[in-house]
Design a protein around this ligand. Structure first.
Ligand code: UD1
Length: 379
């Protein structure tokens, strides 16, 4: 039996963990035993527990209380606590997801203890090292023994950094192996599709004004911590409602709510057609994606989830890691530029993409990942 420590901490990681934990439970429970460690990076109920409840993830074996802080302080606190768990549990391998500070903390803890590290969502690059996530993912990839990348672009990015698709029998930090496995978020989206199809939009209690609506999320520090950019983005949302007669549902991340402030929030809530909500659960967000016409976001995960639901995306950043979405016309990078955002919205409303080829695999990434972990690390 292989003992696998998986490290989660932030909202998108709970979603990814749901797929892997289910695959282990259903198909590999005689060969893999999972030790789930929650770093505590996200702690509000609607940023954390709600995903465990809805996606039926077993409670973590360890729930650490490291909380918020500057990037350095937050990462250091998580590193120290995760290390204690790993020293105690002595797992055969450690698995991390994505690019958050929890990912980096888990990766460093494992590498320093000479435990093989597995990175799910390897090879993704924005080529912007001002993003904390870019630093986290690059570091994590170069500490990993097995790298699972979701896309062709990921394979090429890793290749250009010397991480090639060699097939060492025994994977290690010095002999890493790379696999393209599709996107593990697609596993979850496909699993949830039936349940979401039975839900009704009316259960969200949103009083829509227009027939069509868009979903918008903003949470990156590059947007929330720059007052001018945030102001431009919020003004642009108002103009979109006016100009193209579309409602906008705007679930607010705690960071964004803090930046907007209580009086700003009061004003936003008075705008007809703009629906400011608390952060949404997984199923509620999938329900909105099923019914909306358009997504505006600076999130990475939501760009792909929109694509899984066949909805075009306006990226509220100056670049995206999910370059295949842009190349195929499913996403347009608009930064915080009012004209570009409005033009792209008009375009997508008038001519939405007609065909949606499978860019991120077949929804069986978790199964594939378990098989390869056993093949390369089971001693
Ligand atoms: C983190 C990830 C980001 C990911 C996002 C998903 C990093 C560097 N960033 O960003 O890549 O897209 O998660 O949501 O790891 N807060 C609360 N309650 C919570 C969580 C956060 O109040 O449950 C507040 C805290 O004041 C905190 C701030 O939000 O300081 C930012 O949270 P943090 O976890 O540092 O980063 P995110 O912006 O959530």
């Amino acid at each position: 039996m292989m003992r696998l420590a998986t490290i989660v901490g932030a909202r998108p990681q709970f979603i990814k963990a749901a797929a892997l934990s289910r695959a282990i439970g259903e198909h590999f429970n005689k060969r893999i035993s999972e030790i789930l460690v929650h770093t505590g990076q996200h702690f509000d109920h609607n940023m954390s527990q709600v995903f465990f409840d809805e996606l039926e993830i077993e409670p973590p074996s360890y729930s650490l209380t490291t909380g918020a802080g500057t990037h350095g302080a937050q990462t250091a606190a998580m590193l120290a606590e995760v290390e204690k768990v790993l020293l105690y549990e002595k797992p055969d391998a450690v698995l991390v997801y994505g690019d958050t500070n929890s990912t980096l903390a888990g990766a460093l803890a494992a590498a320093k203890l000479h435990m093989p590290l597995i990175h799910v969502e390897a090879g993704i690059r924005s080529f912007n090292k001002m993003m904390p996530e870019e630093i986290n993912r690059v570091t994590c990839d170069h500490l990993s023994s097995i790298l699972f990348t979701p896309s062709d672009a990921g394979v090429l990015n890793l290749q250009s950094e010397g991480l090639t698709m060699k097939n060492f029998q025994k994977a290690s930090i010095n002999n890493p192996v790379v696999y393209r496995c599709g996107d593990i978020m697609l596993d979850v989206s496909m699993h949830a599709a039936h349940k979401v199809s039975q839900m009704s939009l009316s259960q969200l209690g949103i009083a829509f004004v227009n027939e069509d609506f868009a979903v918008c999320t903003i949470h990156r520090d590059s947007n929330t911590d720059d007052e001018k950019r945030l102001h431009t983005l919020l003004e642009t949302l108002c103009k979109l409602i006016e100009n193209i007669k579309i409602d906008i549902v705007f679930p607010l991340h705690p960071r964004t709510a803090k930046s907007i402030g209580p009086s700003g929030l009061q004003k936003l809530k008075l705008i007809k057609g703009l629906h400011v909500t608390e952060p949404l659960s997984y199923f509620d967000m999938q329900l909105l994606l099923q019914h909306c016409k358009l997504v505006l976001t600076d999130s990475g995960g939501l760009q792909k989830e929109a694509y899984f639901s066949r909805k075009p995306v306006i990226v509220l950043r100056s670049e995206t890691e999910w370059i295949e979405l842009v190349d195929s016309g499913f996403a347009t990078v608009c930064d915080a530029d009012e004209t570009r955002i409005i033009d792209a919205a008009k375009h997508y409303m008038k001519s939405p993409p007609a065909a949606w080829p499978a860019l991120y695999g077949d929804g069986r990434a978790a199964h594939f990942i378990c098989e390869k972990i056993l093949a390369h690390l089971n001693s």
